[in-house]
Design a protein around this ligand. Structure first.
Ligand code: ADP
Ligand code: MG
Length: 696
């Protein structure tokens, strides 16, 4: 959504004020010294292509060059900034030798050493210069960081920001554009309470950005904290806006007579487990109550969430409404469709990006006129043009793969009646608060009867031939095997190459029994590969992590993961959950690098020794030091640019309370502070809230 479209809302008669944020939403190429190529690099490092993205790309540390020293006092290996005079230049004797520049400052002599690019113009004999860099043990400074004429205002920053970079991007690319970007910062009204600012000693938003991006002295932690709070408040206000709409809209009672459910359970052929029954009772109570449901269903992989979701959806249909289930991938959506086709007594259709043309038109029509009671889809479901006649329940599967507040808005009609979110990730309380605010939680514990424990073993990759022999024996016994190749890089090409190579070697040995599935295949090809495996036409499926979430092939009993050390523990646990779904004893073989680091070994050992998803997530968190909780950063929890919801948990709670109070006083954000907060929401791309603020 483009951010600028809100001006019409509260009072159409007001003169339209000029939008102060326009310069910040301009493209990076509008900055001095930024061409297309550099803009691309900055966008990669900063995570966005606008001026504001560069401004929010804060330094991770600072180099303090304020203190001056002398040649005699300078310590090897320590940063030194000093004035010197050039005494002599010793050109290289051969092309491979450096240029040496002998300098003095009256306390001693030293050499500046240049292997390439000797800046002759700046270092003529007799010149007095200010240099900054590190001396080595021999009293030489190889390639000083900075050289500037002495006695003038410093031409390099006394406190130098160190920005996170990316391949091909250097700090000097960023310096000028950052200065330029700072100069575009408009005067903005303050969106925080004066009392809070005073108590925390926080400066204003623009002052904090300036002091962090172009500091005269190393910035105090309060500055970053201020911006972190800005970001957290934006998130919490957006969330609160959406949640209030959920709460305020009249809910409806969805009651049913069990007729569809009974048929579905009969088709399923098993009884519900006791916890499935409990959880379903909680959901039914929510559905039957005349208020909106917002419930999270947590349950380990294979705990049987899908069945619960389907029964909940059928209850909505019994009550005369429609139901939708949204999955993170096309594969999963198709799998849900297959399950529905098996169990649901009423029609269900698939709506994903690959459903087009007439078929799509027919489904959209069915959803709009209500003749289609159930739809399964990917995020295509929230796209334009999808309208339901009467959507009563939306189920969102594996929510950690999705963005945030958008998911509470499903379809053009805006909010649905009831929302059930399902996840296998044991999301800690803090993250729940961050992403969903308060929501009811149901937990499915234990596994349905008939699931067998998975035997997990660790193997060095050096023993690969033995592993392949063992697989050959399992195949002889009729087993079906997943073989997962890791995400090794940011480049999917490389990942693909690894999977394709493994496919080739296994194919050479096992022939047509081997299939290949990865995310870059055409979805029809990938579907066919999975279908072949599910039907037993192939018996080894070489895959990238496309199979990670939710794929259900009960006959599969062996999971091989190559370079297991490169996966998050929670992710490995998910993968392992793909087997152990049938009657056969199942195996998970974790292949790892030979030179495994101690922490990595401990993580894999833990996984070998326990099957408790919550414990695994906890330990993963502890062992990784919290830097990358549950591997969520890779798997797409919406990125926080400045705040860290774990580190800033206190601030997060504060922001939550702040947001609630603000909206109590000013529900449509039209007061003075409210209008300032609107700017804040746009600065942090929380514009989804606007749709909610302005919809009926
Ligand atoms: P989740 O979605 O929680 O990962 P699934 O719904 O895919 O788990 O269930 C895992 C497996 O257990 C599936 O093969 C499913 O058919 C089976 N299952 C679910 N509930 C029961 C039950 N009550 N009795 C027997 N099997 C069940
Ligand atoms: Mg599942």
């Amino acid at each position: 959504m483009s951010g600028v479209s809100y001006s019409g809302a509260p009072n159409q008669c007001q003169p339209v004020e000029p939008d102060p944020l326009v310069p910040l939403f301009a493209p990076l190429t509008s900055l001095r010294g930024v061409g297309e190529a550099v803009a691309k690099l900055i966008a990669r490092a900063a995570g966005g292509e606008r001026v504001i993205d560069l401004l929010f790309h804060l330094p991770e540390s600072y180099i303090d060059r304020r203190e001056r020293t002398t040649i005699r006092a300078a310590l090897p290996g320590k940063l030194a900034t000093l004035e010197v005079q050039v005494v002599r230049i010793e050109p290289p004797a051969t092309a491979r030798q450096p240029t040496k520049v002998s300098v003095t400052d009256g306390t001693g002599f030293a050499d500046l050493v240049f292997f390439q690019r000797f800046p002759a113009a700046r270092l003529p004999v007799g010149a007095k210069v200010l240099i900054s860099g590190k001396f080595d043990d021999r009293g030489q400074m190889v390639h000083p960081d900075h050289i500037a004429p002495a006695g003038q205002p410093a031409q390099f920053p006394a406190v130098e920001p160190v920005w996170p970079l990316t391949a091909g991007l250097f700090a000097w690319h960023l310096r000028r554009p950052v200065v330029d970007a700072l100069s575009r910062l408009p005067a903005l009204p303050e969106w925080h309470d004066a009392a809070l600012l005073k108590r925390e000693r926080w400066p204003g938003f623009t002052a904090a950005l300036r002091a962090l991006q172009m500091p005269a002295e190393p910035p105090s932690p309060a500055l970053r904290k201020r911006l972190a709070y800005d970001e957290l408040l934006a998130g919490q206000v957006a969330l609160a806006v959406v949640r209030r709409r959920v709460r305020d809209r009249p809910g409806r009672a969805l009651a049913g007579d069990d007729r569809l459910r009974r048929k579905a359970l009969a088709a399923f052929g098993h009884k519900l487990t006791p916890t499935q029954r409990d959880v379903l009772a909680e959901i039914d109570a929510d559905l039957a109550a005349p208020r909106r449901m917002l419930r999270l269903l947590q349950g380990d992989v294979g705990a049987g969430k899908t069945l619960v979701a389907i029964l909940a959806m059928l209850r909505a249909v019994e009550a005369g409404a429609q139901a939708a289930i949204m999955a993170p991938t096309e594969i999963l959506a198709r799998q849900h469709l297959r399950t529905l086709e098996r169990l649901s007594p009423v029609p269900a259709a698939l709506l994903t990006g690959s459903v087009t043309g007439k078929a799509r038109a027919r489904i959209l029509e069915g959803l709009a006129d209500g003749s289609l009671p159930i739809v399964v889809g990917t995020h295509a479901l929230v796209q334009q043009g999808v309208a339901f006649k009467d959507l009563g329940l939306a189920v969102i599967d594996e929510q950690h793969r999705f963005g945030v507040d958008q998911r509470l808005l499903l379809g053009k009609k805006g909010l649905v009646t009831d929302v059930l979110v399902m996840t296998a990730t044991p999301i800690p309380r803090t993250l729940l608060l961050t992403h969903w605010g308060e929501m009811q939680v149901s937990r499915l514990t234990g596994k349905p009867a008939g699931r067998t424990p998975v035997k997990t073993t660790l193997h060095s990759l050096a023993t690969l031939p033995d592993v392949v022999d063992a697989i050959a024996r399992k195949l002889d016994e009729g087993a079906r095997v997943y073989w997962v190749c890791p995400m090794v890089s940011e480049s999917e090409e490389i990942d693909l190459a690894a999977a394709e190579e493994r496919f080739a070697t296994l194919h050479a040995r096992f022939g047509a029994a081997v299939g290949l599935a990865h995310g870059r295949q055409d979805s029809a090809v990938r579907e066919a590969a999975l279908a072949d495996f599910a039907a037993g036409r192939t018996r080894i499926l070489v895959a990238t992590t496309v199979i990670e979430v939710g794929v259900d092939v009960p006959e599969a009993s062996v999971m091989v993961v190559e370079h297991a050390e490169r996966f998050g523990l929670a992710q490995l646990h998910q993968l392992r959950g793909r087997v152990g779904r049938g009657a056969a004893v199942s195996f998970c073989l974790l292949l790892h690098d030979d030179g495994l680091q101690e922490t990595a070994r401990r993580r894999l050992t833990l996984l070998r020794d326990t099957d408790d998803g919550f414990r695994i997530a906890d330990e993963d968190f502890r062992l990784r030091g919290g830097g990358d909780l549950l591997g969520t950063r890779q798997s797409g929890l919406p990125g926080w640019r400045i705040a860290d919801p774990i580190e800033h948990e206190g601030l997060l709670r504060m922001a939550g309370r702040d947001a609630e109070l603000l909206l109590q006083k000013d529900p449509r954000l039209t007061g003075e502070r409210g209008r300032a907060v609107r700017l804040l929401l746009r600065l942090f791309d929380r514009t989804v809230a606007f749709r909610t603020l302005h919809s009926g």
